[in-house]
Design a protein around this ligand. Sequence first.
Ligand code: SF4
Length: 348
Amino acid sequence: MVRFGNKDLARYPFLREALSYVTKYDFRLEDLDNSEFHHLVKKAERKIEQYVFNGKLEYQIDYNKTHEIIVQEEVIIFLISLLIIKAISIDAVTKKFALMESMRFEKYLIEDLDISNQDDKTIKFILYKIFEDLFKTKIDLEVNIYNFYKIKINDYLDHPIAFHEREWNLVNRTVNSGYVYLDGSEIVRLFRNELNLLIIERIKKMTPERIPYLISAISHSMRVNWEKLYPPLRINPHNAVTPPCIQHIYDQIDKGENLPHPARVLLGTFLIYSNKSIEEMLELFKRLPDYNEQITRYQLEHLAGKRGNPKKYYVPSCEKIKLSNLCFETKICRGINNPIQLVSRKNN
Ligand code: SF4
């Protein structure tokens, strides 16, 4: 049987094998007030701050230690991070953390799938294990094409992305003898959502007997900072009607959900129509877990006709919004064909 190396496990602290590594030393989350763990709590705290408040993936594994210490520390830091997020207990924070943490693991997976050659049995074993144990999908290396993997068509079609995006549609993939062929980064992107959900599930399932004082203090301070930065959305100070499709987008933003591209276009064009400045719109968009100021600014300026082609985009019609599954029609929508027709109405 192929054994895991400690260093490899340090990159994947969510694996059962990694967790058992610390539990065999009788590690308990309740002991985190003990000063011997403070440097790890600090590292987890810094990582969360970078993720949640700065949207940055700067976390580095410290490899200047013995293999055994590296894996133990990485697993403990991972568990501490989940506990802090659990204690903060704000959906939007949980989702942002899960997205950033899953992006970190994605980066490792892509690197490992790309650099692993066909003789590197250890790393292959880890990768196969991740896909089989966590995502219930068997992936195989295609021996005849360097660094290509294959998965059964039925397993491939279990992933919603295979239907939602043209690039992933079967007609645009290489298919042969009942298998779909993908390179390392495509395999990881296919499982992107699962990795994200796995982290959210782990946080939800945590049931510590008590939250250590140090973790309570950190999570309380982060919670206060978050609420200062992102107070509940008050979109409509003048009692004007908010079209239900737009309200639904605001609710999703409040819950920390990411928005599909058509929802971003709808919101952007609607806010531009409502005379919001780019800065005001960025304040709203920055609540999205995958917010990137440069890209969002570019896209909003493009929609407003301030970039490249001076074409200004209009708010899509109700018919188009329905086709994108973004319509949440109520009785106030009767007789209209574009959400902007509701803008001048007042609530009773
Ligand atoms: S009918 Fe139009 S305004 Fe009303 S929710 Fe649907 S898309 Fe929005």
